[in-house]
Write a protein that binds this ligand. Structure first.
Ligand code: UDX
Ligand code: UDX
Length: 438
């Protein structure tokens, strides 16, 4: 049983701290956002993550997990301090590290015993050394500490499973003992642990996310070619995936990737490359293709109904992916904003991301369900592949729409079935112009 402090109880920190508590450790979560801490102390989850609410409640009840806004209280007995604060995109794509700095300074000022500082937030290569410099310069007395990079590989919506059953844990440090101390925390998971130096660990994170983003932009470029040449990208991906060197994962064509990681991390990696004198042409292409996929939806709408001005457009799904309430860099938000700018009337529904979305899309009519979205619209656009959209009564949807244009941004429907129901259907890469006709 170890004493762990988690700084920043967001999508990563709250899952990380709760899972460590579930493994039997003593965990204190600290956050500068008082509302978040008050909610957690009332048993209210600040984020939507399947299974997290029950796990937090069980571990709080067992006395292994608690939340505070006080650094002295949070750090009092801590043997490990996990930094999980936000590292949002700064200017030119450089990661903004002000919150990491604040966390490091707080540790320096409030820790009076040896501690292992663990960087879980995604930070540019070389930041580990930077954190150590900050702690050393801000310490009130020379307390021994080590800094270990332990990048997160949690997918939102399946974050608990990804924590408890990781493909690998990556640990980077100049201090072997520090890295081994962190490895102790992950031994119960009985999964591979990669031990390396700080910079390499930080690069493994960026290179992994950039590669996954590349796969997505690759299959999305193939989907556009499929629309021109009359092939079906879903069957192309299926046929490719049987090659063990390719595999079936992360080859789902659609409106492109969003979230708080891929967009930010690919941009940050390209920025690091550029500021070190190289031209990251592949990373730039990955971002360019991803940006295009959202515009592609607008182009299709204009091709099929002319100008969107004064048209009623319905959007199904606002979160950046299914099973999360996170709308950061969500394709749906971008698409809704462009439609509004062009004078369209937009209505939308998302199973859990409505509150987050309403704050950034005040002009969008937030509906209570998918059928209300479809009522009287000139076009319906599926942007987030929530399960509950997959078996809707599409005949009823078709009847309630003003014109039967259905743009399926995540290929959740079968084109031939949609045509039979009388939809003017367009998926992504499903034959000529995504219509399913080959
Ligand atoms: C964060 C990083 O953004 C991401 O790059 C990294 O890969 C994982 O950690 P996430 O957990 O999604 O991702 O961020 P967010 O949900 O914004 O949570 C960050 C938390 O840190 C917020 O609750 C915020 O209030 C808190 N915070 C921020 C602090 O506690 N102290 C600060 O100084 C700043
Ligand atoms: C990602 C990484 O998977 C995770 O390892 C890292 O720690 C954080 O970033 P996350 O962003 O939560 O996780 O979700 P993920 O499931 O990876 O999806 C990212 C985006 O790519 C979503 O917008 C999703 O819709 C999109 N995507 C994913 C595709 O468009 N096609 C795919 O085949 C897979």
């Amino acid at each position: 049983m170890k004493n762990i402090c988690v700084v920043g109880v967001g999508y990563v920190g709250l899952v990380t701290g709760t899972c460590f508590a579930d493994l039997g450790n003593n965990v204190v979560g600290i956050d500068v956002n008082e509302d978040k801490i008050n909610d957690l102390n009332r048993g209210v989850m600040p984020i939507y993550e399947p299974g997290l609410g029950e796990m937090v409640e069980r571990n709080v009840k067992a006395g292994r997990l608690r939340f505070t806004t006080s650094y002295p209280e949070a750090l009092q007995d801590a043997e490990y301090v996990f930094i999980c604060v936000g590292t949002p995109e700064g200017v030119d794509g450089e990661a903004d590290l002000r919150y990491v700095r604040a966390a490091a300074e707080a540790v320096a000022q409030h820790v009076d015993h040896p501690v292992v500082i663990v960087n879980k937030s995604t930070v540019p290569v070389g930041t580990g050394d930077w954190v150590a410099d900050i702690v050393r310069s801000k310490q009130t007395k020379p307390i021994h500490f080590s800094v270990v990079s332990c990048p997160e590989f949690l997918r939102e919506g399946v974050a608990i499973a990804d924590f408890m059953n990781p493909d690998r844990t990556v640990l980077g440090s100049v201090d072997q003992k520090g890295a081994e101390a962190v490895a102790q925390l992950f031994l119960p998971l009985r999964r591979p642990i990669v031990m390396t130096d700080l910079r390499t660990a930080e690069m493994i994170k960026y290179a992994s996310n950039a590669f996954l983003a590349t796969r997505i932009s690759f299959i999305n470029e193939i989907s556009i070619i499929c629309e021109r040449l009359g092939a079906d990208v879903m069957e192309v991906a299926q046929g490719m995936g049987f090659d063990k060197r390719i595999g079936h994962h992360f080859l789902q064509a659609g409106v492109g990737y969003g979230g708080s990681c891929f967009p930010k991390d690919v941009k940050a990696l390209a920025y690091m490359a550029q500021t070190h004198g190289m031209h990251p042409q592949l990373l730039n292409a990955v971002m360019e293709i991803n940006d295009f996929m959202r515009k592609h939806v607008i182009f299709k709408l204009q091709d099929m109904i002319g100008e969107v001005k004064d048209k009623k457009i319905g959007i199904l799904g606002l979160a950046f992916k299914e099973n999360t309430d996170d709308i950061r860099e969500s394709p749906a938000i971008t698409i809704a904003q462009v439609l509004l700018e062009r004078g369209a009337h937009v209505r939308a529904f998302d199973p859990v991301a409505m509150d987050n979305s309403a704050r950034v899309l005040p002009q969008v009519k937030m509906c209570q369900n998918s059928y209300e979205v479809a009522d009287g619209v000139d076009a319906l656009v599926v942007v987030t592949p929530w399960n509950e959209f997959k078996q809707l009564d599409m005949a009823k949807i078709r009847q309630s729409m003003k014109t039967p244009l259905l743009i399926d941004g995540r290929n959740i429907y079968e084109p031939s079935l949609m045509h039979e129901l009388g939809f003017n259907y367009s998926g992504v890469g499903r034959g000529y112009n995504g219509t399913g006709n080959r």
